[in-house]
Design a binder for this molecule. Structure first.
Ligand code: ADP
Length: 501
């Protein structure tokens, strides 16, 4: 375990942000909850309270939706040109870049991830996402469509489509990449001209609230982005069920995703979902093992395995199985686990006590069903929510640890003999978010990629994300895509206009 960094090392801007109870952003104002209630957010490396945050519930969601509706239907946002909208979004990306260190601290303290990673990945990716989406604002176009209507012979028509913003959008995001998930959601909604009520995860509300300040600094009109922190069962449920919300975009567990779908039926609001995964990572015997071994380790251990696309089901062709799993176990044992602010830390704590108990519960279940740990297998400290990076072998498809999403640093490894059979095993899961393939045979790589039922397939790499690359799930991993130009479909609706001329 690395030493826990002392509070003296915290960036002073962050220290002052944490010291003040945080309010919610509604209609351009920072306000307390209608109920006056607050809730604590914790430092997962110590379990101690990090900050206090206004606790939104139905009453606050109502006010936020009202503000978002007003901003959508009238006022400056409604009248803005696409270019003006794009420039605001681009400016938000640039402002984020100017505050990289501050956001990295907030993210590391609230979520537990290493400061170095937040600084190198989370914050720059979020800034880049805003710039990418800012560029799209001026490129959302319809088509002209030639008509051949048989029952009006000789008539001429001019027909075209308009892609219009869906309206008021509720966005509910998780705690694993708090800032980046806010960016994935806000970027396309703003590019298309929607207005938003964002509910960050109760475990990690801080970076979204700080982002709200930058949104104001960038000059977005009041009510365009409203941010209501609070719990899922209260604020989240009220947003998903709200009769004046036109669309809900959700990232989180498949279980809650199904609840969101039910909640949305009242006004049949549109729904997009980015959900769980149990992604297969397949290493063939002809892979470059010097790349595949660290690649497979990083596929599961990046962000402490708290990635919906984590390469958590590892299939290795039999002749190289021992070498690969031993290599990954060596890798796991060398990972420096500690508090996010410690510069030596490579893996921080899990986000919450609930997650710690959940992951440890899965480990116990695996052991009780006969799995063996080549590395890790236990809680890693008395204080904080740390779990050892774990490699489980002697696992099989019937086990809970192989079928279910653990959302922690735990990989289950299984050998395979027949390259023909591996696709069926890889697809044998309710999820279909991502997959990895490691081989030097390019034909085999692309043939296998075609057969895998997943929204993303990485070949000889893993966890490569780009604002331009669509991301989302097959099967129970979701509806719709995040990022790329595909995400714009989530936030627009098509109007066909037909004129007889
Ligand atoms: P996890 O299980 O990984 O914590 P969740 O799916 O529970 O992830 O949470 C993701 C987001 O969904 C969070 O913002 C959470 O507050 C919200 N949420 C949880 N339950 C509900 C619900 N019943 N309705 C709406 N949102 C919810």
């Amino acid at each position: 375990m690395g030493t826990i960094a002392s509070s003296a090392q915290i960036d002073p801007r962050v220290a002052s942000f944490l010291a003040t109870p945080r309010k919610m952003l509604i209609n351009g104002n920072w306000v307390d909850a209608v109920s006056g209630k607050t809730f604590p957010t914790y430092d997962p490396s110590t379990g101690e309270v990090l900050a206090t945050v206004a606790e939104g519930d139905k009453a606050d969601i109502d006010l936020a939706v009202k503000a978002a509706r007003k901003a959508f239907e009238s006022g400056p946002w409604h009248k803005m040109t696409a270019s003006q909208r794009g420039r605001l979004i681009w400016k938000l990306g640039d402002l984020l870049d100017q505050h990289t260190v501050e956001f990295a601290y907030l993210e590391s303290l609230d979520n537990g991830k290493p400061l170095t990673i937040a600084r190198a990945a989370d914050v720059p990716l979020a800034a880049e996402l805003f710039r990418y989406m800012g560029g799209w604002a001026t490129k959302i176009e319809g088509n002209t469509i030639p008509l051949s209507v048989p029952y009006t012979p000789g008539a001429k028509y001019l027909s075209y489509t308009l892609r219009e913003p869906i309206g008021v959008v509720g966005q509910i995001i998780p705690w694993n990449f708090p800032l980046l998930m806010a960016a994935w959601k806000l970027g396309p909604a703003l590019a298309t001209g929607c207005t938003v009520v964002l509910k960050p995860a109760e475990q990690t509300p801080l970076s979204a609230l700080r982002l709200g300040e930058l949104i104001q600094e960038a000059g977005f009109p009041e009510g365009v982005v409203n941010i209501v922190p609070g719990y899922g069962e209260t604020a989240g449920a009220a947003l998903a069920a709200h009769m004046d919300v036109d669309k809900v975009a959700f990232t989180g567990s498949t279980e809650v995703g199904k609840t969101i779908v039910h909640a949305a039926t009242g006004n049949l609001k549109k729904v997009s979902l980015e959900l769980g995964g149990k992604s297969p990572n397949v290493i063939f015997k002809d892979a470059d093992l010097d790349t595949a071994i660290p690649g497979a380790a990083s596929a599961i251990f990046f962000n402490h395995g708290q990635c919906c696309c984590a390469g958590s089901r590892l299939y290795v062709e039999k002749p190289v199985f021992d070498r690969v799993v031993e290599g990954i176990a060596e890798n796991a044992k060398k990972i420096q686990v500690g508090a996010g602010l410690d510069p030596a830390t490579q893996m921080g704590p899990l986000v919450s006590e609930e997650q710690l108990n959940r992951v440890c519960g899965y480990l116990e279940s695996g052991f009780s069903q006969g799995a063996k740990a080549l590395a890790g297998g236990h809680k890693a400290a008395d204080k904080g929510y740390f779990v050892e990076p774990t490699v489980l072998v002697d696992t099989s498809e019937q086990m809970k640890v192989v079928q279910e999403e653990i959302f922690g640093p735990v990989v289950v490894a299984m050998p395979f003999s027949d390259p023909e059979e591996i696709v069926e095993r890889a697809n044998d899961n309710v999820y279909g978010l991502a997959a990895g393939i490691w081989t030097k045979d390019i034909s085999k790589a692309h043939r296998t990629a075609e057969l895998i039922k997943a929204g993303t397939v990485w070949i000889n790499c893993y966890n490569i994300f780009d604002a331009g690359l669509p991301f989302g799930g097959y099967k129970q991993s979701g509806w719709g895509r995040e990022m790329g130009h595909e995400v714009l479909n989530n936030y627009t609706q098509t109007k066909a206009v037909c004129a007889r001329i």
